[in-house]
Write a protein that binds this ligand. Structure first.
Ligand SMILES: NC(=O)c1ccc[n+]([C@@H]2O[C@H](COP(=O)([O-])OP(=O)(O)OC[C@H]3O[C@@H](n4cnc5c(N)ncnc54)[C@H](OP(=O)(O)O)[C@@H]3O)[C@@H](O)[C@H]2O)c1
Length: 350
């Protein structure tokens, strides 16, 4: 199967290329960049040297159908509107990685992104590309929209608790820490090394855009209203996300029963791991152990005296939080085993 990548010079694009090149069932047909047209991929992604002789090219939407069977679009939000109508009619499958097709209600773009969605009719054509929640729909989809990294890591922690009515869905707090690659390759004043190094910077204490995806997905699992407060902090990592979620329990459910609910919910999900050791260093999820892997690790502490669950979930924002889940979606959309090209642990020590 031939695949192409738009936005291939970016951080997510680079990881997509790395995973595609090593995937036994697919061949990289093209990789687009406006800045690096004509240059070898390894000039920008030096880790790929020796693995491919494909060069960056300019994107031409009229040629896509002849060049590939499936296309990854890894461009910033708002960048694909001018060509997406043409692409969805081209016959190729699409795995989008931006926020542009994640929300099914177009009004949410006015509310969370501050603009009116120019292609509202397309929103229902895209399946929310979170395999752990929508595996069967993804299998039969032509178009999927990969979740945001913080949204994905939060939703995976909370979905079993919401579906099983274990926590009060109306009062959930998510505290998230994210590495610098989450903001993409384009330098900003905030990403300047002198300003970024060593920080624990409250980046968005409330009203982060990923709240919209979390609300959407958790609400679909709940009969009650869902109210989530998400705070995002920039921390001194290049990669990695740790989401710590706080939620109240008003039943006498036991810790063992909470674990059972998690295990049942994710019984068919190879990339979810549970971290629950009582002793030692690795008692809770740790993003450092997930670098380069497609796993999302989940664990929790049960604070009985406060009737509260403190749930930790972790992922590599560029892999499970982006390129890895996109490949997982491609695998499902193409009838491949879900884990092909992704079954590798993180690097340790890092
Ligand atoms: N970084 C993460 O952790 C992460 C996680 C989940 C989802 N995402 C989403 O994935 C997408 C890519 O993220 P990223 O971090 O890889 O971004 P990035 O590093 O900024 O890369 C995006 C690439 O897209 C190209 N591009 C930018 N504007 C464009 C435009 N108007 N038209 C066509 N191409 C354009 C640029 O390449 P040229 O200038 O060379 O053409 C750029 O290298 C974004 O929508 C982001 O929100 C990112």
């Amino acid at each position: 199967m031939k695949v192409g990548v738009i936005g291939a010079s970016g951080f997510v694009g680079g990881e997509l290329l790395r995973l595609i090149i090593n995937h036994p069932e697919v061949e990289l047909s093209f990789a687009t960049s406006r800045q690096y047209d004509g240059q070898f991929l390894y000039k920008i992604h030096p880790n790929l040297k020796g693995f491919t002789d494909v060069k960056f090219s300019l994107f031409d939407s009229s040629k896509v159908a002849d060049q590939c069977d499936l296309l990854f679009t890894a461009v910033p939000h708002g960048s694909s509107y001018e060509f997406m109508n043409e692409l969805v009619n081209s016959g190729v499958k699409i795995v989008d990685l931006s926020a542009d097709y994640r929300l099914s209600n177009p009004d949410m773009y006015d509310k969370w992104y501050g603009f009116t969605h120019p292609l509202p009719d397309l929103l229902n054509s895209f399946t929310f590309g979170l395999p752990e929640l929508h595996r069967d729909s993804i299998k039969s989809s032509k178009f999927t929209s990969t979740p945001g990294c913080t949204a994905l890591t939060s939703i995976l922690a909370l979905a079993p608790l919401i579906q099983n009515k274990i926590i009060d869905s109306n009062n959930i707090i998510i505290d998230s820490k994210v590495g610098s690659s989450g903001a993409g390759v384009k330098p900003t004043i905030g990403s300047h090394h002198a300003n970024r190094y060593g920080v624990i910077r409250p980046f968005k204490p409330y009203a982060h855009r990923h709240t919209a995806e979390i609300d959407q997905e958790l609400s679909n699992l709940s009969e009650n209203s869902v109210n989530v407060s998400l705070s995002v902090h920039s921390v001194n990592l290049v990669r990695g996300i740790l989401c710590t979620s706080y939620a109240s329990i008003d039943s006498d459910i036991t810790e063992v029963e909470v674990w059972k609910a998690y295990r049942k919910f994710y019984s068919d999900s190879p990339f979810i791991r549970f971290i629950g050791d009582k002793k030692g260093l690795y008692r809770y999820p740790d993003p450092k152990l997930l670098i380069g892997s497609n796993f999302c690790d989940i664990g929790f502490a049960y604070d009985k005296s406060a009737s509260r669950l403190v749930v930790m979930s972790s992922s590599d924002n560029l892999i499970k939080g982006a390129a890895g889940t996109a490949i997982q979606n491609m695998n499902l959309m193409s009838g491949f085993d879900e884990t092909i090209g992704l079954w590798t642990p993180g690097i340790h020590p890092m």
